[in-house]
Design a binder for this molecule. Structure first.
Ligand code: ATP
Ligand code: ZN
Length: 223
């Protein structure tokens, strides 16, 4: 791939992480031209541009070198790292960013007897995070069937596609609305700055170091 002289950051085009991510970058002194509903945002001051995409595509774009950094949930980053495995380009969590907090949890029907992970043996678990769920099931030595769904995981027990779910939880309101009860937390998540293991050895590396410094200042002020 042709080397780029401008840094490119991938972030969510439209969703929970969009506003806080943009706000954080603004506080780091970065401003961008072009409306947010466009795919590309051109950095006005510093040589830093944005690519606005679906959050699920962000780790892949960094791994392919299309983007240098990304702002994405730890849940999405770790699912990618687990699924892609050792052979592929490795990604690092450079900084936790303190917004988009949620957890990836097991939830069971409120009337189901449940006291430990082994109680899931032989059941079907619906999730959008098959990599993280399979890893947890293996750790707990539980033999359950993983049903992968792209969305609306919380209604799977009602539909009969699975008995149990493994989904993102923030307040727990969605679970209660679907008569589900949270039992185990697999991952505590928040938005993170993700990038390749090693900094690029050109101007982009210097720009990343500068950005990290500013980020640390902004995050410290906010805490
Ligand atoms: P996209 O169109 O980009 O694929 P999405 O529907 O996958 O959007 P959002 O629902 O906007 O994504 O969530 C983005 C991220 O926000 C999640 O990956 C997660 O890290 C975080 N998040 C925080 N709270 C929640 C929650 N209650 N439900 C889902 N995600 C949450
Ligand atoms: Zn998504």
């Amino acid at each position: 791939m042709k080397p780029r002289d401008r840094l490119r950051i991938a972030m969510q085009k439209s969703g929970r992480l969009t506003e806080p991510a943009l706000d954080l970058l603004n506080r780091c002194g970065l401003t961008f031209r072009q409306s947010r509903d466009k795919l590309f945002c051109f950095g006005e001051g510093e040589p830093v541009d944005l690519l606005l995409v679906r959050d699920d595509d962000i780790p892949g774009l960094i791994a392919q070198g299309v983007c240098d950094l990304g702002i994405v949930g730890r849940n999405v980053l770790n699912e990618f790292r687990g699924v892609v495995g050792d052979g592929a380009a490795t990604l690092t969590e450079w900084r936790p960013l303190g917004f988009g907090r949620c957890r990836l949890s097991i939830a069971v029907p409120q009337d189901m007897d449940y006291s430990q992970p082994q109680d899931l043996s032989g059941l079907r678990i619906a999730t959008s995070y098959p990599g993280l769920l399979n890893q947890w099931l293996k750790e707990k030595n539980v033999d359950a069937a993983v049903v992968t769904l792209a969305g609306s995981v919380e209604i799977a027990p009602k539909l009969g596609t699975a008995e149990v779910i493994c989904d993102l939880v923030q307040s727990g309101g969605t679970l209660i609305a679907n008569q589900l009860r949270e039992t185990d937390v697999l991952l505590q998540s928040e938005a993170v700055l993700a990038g390749p293991d090693a900094l690029p050895s050109d101007e982009r590396g210097d720009m990343i170091e500068l950005l990290l410094k500013r980020l640390d200042g902004v995050i410290q002020v906010r805490e």
